[in-house]
Design a binder for this molecule. Structure first.
Ligand code: HEC
Ligand SMILES: [Cu+2]
Length: 321
C-alpha cells in the first residue's frame, strides 16, 4: 500500500492482514447497523405490520446454529491467519545474517559478524534474510522498524530475535518504542538497505578489529571460560569434560536440563547460560560455573555467542561474513 510505505515481504503480509481485519469489521458493522435500521423502520410504534411480526416468531434453531457457526469459522480463520504470520515472523531462515543489537539509555549499539560496530545505524543488504539478536544493557526498550512492520520488546539480560528480508534499498527510520527515560525521544536511528555490491563495500570500509567470533575466542580465554570448557573443534576430546560440558557442537544440539526441559541450544540459550548457568540433567561436573552477570558487557556476550556458534561447524554460521 503506497500510503503506508513498506520495505519487506513481511510488511506487505501484515498490511494485507490489517486490510482484511478492517474490511471484515466494516462488514460486521454494516450488517449490525443495517439490521438495526431495518428493524427500527419496520417495527416502529404505530405501524401495524402483522406479517413482519409473525415471521419474527418463527425463527428456528437452524438459523441460530448457522449464524453462530459462520461467525466462529470466520473469526477462527482470522486467528489462524494472524498466528501463521506471527509464527513465521519468529523463525528466521538458517542462512540469515546475524546482527547483534544492544539497547542502552539512550542509543542502539549494533555489532556485525565481521566485527564492524555502529551506533544508531543498521546496514543490511537487500534481498537477504537478516536476523537481529536484541538485548538491553539497562531498562526495557523496544526495537521497531515501521517500514518492515517489525517490533519487539528488548529486555535486559535476555536475547530476543527478529528477522526480515528487506525488499528495497533506501534509508528508513528505526525507533525505540518503549518509554525508557529522559532521552527516550532521542533513541532513534537509521536503517540503510544497500544492494549487494554497496553492502560489501560498506563492510570493507567500516572499521573492524577482527571478526566477532575472533574477538569472542580471545574473550573465551581471557575470561577464564577455557579453564573449564573444552572448545577445540579440531580435537574435541582435548580439555577435561568432567570439569564442565564441552562447547564443541553445543550450539544447535538438544540439552536436557535439570528442571526437565529439553531445549535446543540456540543463541539465546548460549547467552542466557553465561548469565544464569543452567543445571544439566544428572550433571556431575567437578566445577560449578559462576554467573558472569555484571562481569561481561553485552558486547562481550555477543562476541562469545558468535564464537560458540562457530564450534558447531556443520550448522550454517552467520553468513555474509
Ligand atoms: C569454573 C568453571 C567454569 C567456568 C570458568 C565457566 N564455565 Fe560454563 N559451565 C561450567 C559448568 C560446570 C557447566 C554445567 C553446569 C551444570 O550443568 O550444572 C557450565 C555450563 C555452561 C553453559 C551451558 C550449556 C551446557 O552445556 O550446559 C555455557 C553456554 C557455558 N557454560 C559457557 C561458558 C562461558 C562462555 C564461560 C566464560 C565466560 C564459562 N562458561 C565459564 C563451568 C564453567
Ligand atoms: Cu529505549
Amino acid at each position: 500500500m503506497s500510503w503506508l510505505p513498506e520495505a519487506s515481504a513481511h510488511a506487505m503480509r501484515i498490511d494485507i492482514l490489517l486490510a482484511g481485519l478492517v474490511i471484515i469489521s466494516l462488514a460486521v458493522l454494516g450488517l449490525v447497523f443495517g439490521l438495526m435500521a431495518l428493524n427500527v423502520l419496520r417495527f416502529r410504534a404505530g405501524r401495524t405490520s402483522p406479517i413482519a411480526r409473525a415471521s419474527a416468531e418463527h425463527k428456528g434453531w437452524g438459523f441460530e446454529i448457522a449464524w453462530t457457526s459462520a461467525t466462529l469459522v470466520i473469526f477462527f480463520g482470522l486467528f489462524l491467519w494472524a498466528t501463521q504470520l506471527y509464527v513465521v515472523g519468529f523463525r528466521p531462515p538458517d542462512d540469515a545474517i546475524q546482527i547483534y543489537v544492544t539497547g542502552k539509555q539512550w542509543m542502539w549499539k549494533i555489532q556485525y559478524p565481521g566485527g564492524q560496530r555502529e551506533i544508531n545505524a543498521l546496514h543490511v543488504p537487500v534481498g537477504r534474510p537478516v536476523r537481529l539478536l536484541l538485548t538491553s544493557e539497562d531498562v526495557i526498550h523496544d526495537f521497531s522498524i515501521p517500514v518492515l512492520r517489525i517490533k519487539h520488546d528488548v529486555l535486559p539480560g535476555r536475547y530476543q530475535s527478529l528477522w526480515f528480508t528487506a525488499t528495497r534499498t533506501g534509508s528508513f527510520r528505526l525507533y525505540c518504542t518503549q518509554f525508557c527515560g529522559l532521552g527516550h525521544s532521542r533513541m532513534t536511528g537509521t536503517l540503510t538497505v544497500l544492494n549487494a555490491t554497496d553492502y560489501a563495500g560498506w563492510l570493507n570500509s567500516a572499521p573492524a578489529s577482527g571478526s566477532l567470533a575472533t574477538v569472542g575466542e580471545a574473550l573465551f580465554i581471557r575470561s577464564g571460560c577455557s579453564g573449564c570448557h573444552a572448545s577445540s573443534r579440531y580435537a574435541p576430546d582435548a580439555g577435561d569434560t568432567s570439569r564442565a560440558p564441552s562447547m564443541v557442537g553445543l550450539y544447535g544440539s538438544r540439552v536436557a536440563l535439570a528442571d526437565g526441559r529439553a531445549i535446543v541450544a540456540d543463541a539465546a540459550f548460549l547467552h542466557d547460560s553465561i548469565l544464569d548457568p543452567p543445571r544439566r540433567q544428572g550433571a556431575s561436573f567437578a566445577t560449578e560455573m559462576p554467573s558472569f552477570r555484571g562481569v561481561l558487557a553485552e558486547e562481550d556476550l555477543a562476541a562469545l555467542v558468535a564464537y560458540l556458534q562457530t564450534l558447531s561447524p556443520t550448522l550454517p554460521q552467520e553468513a555474509g561474513n
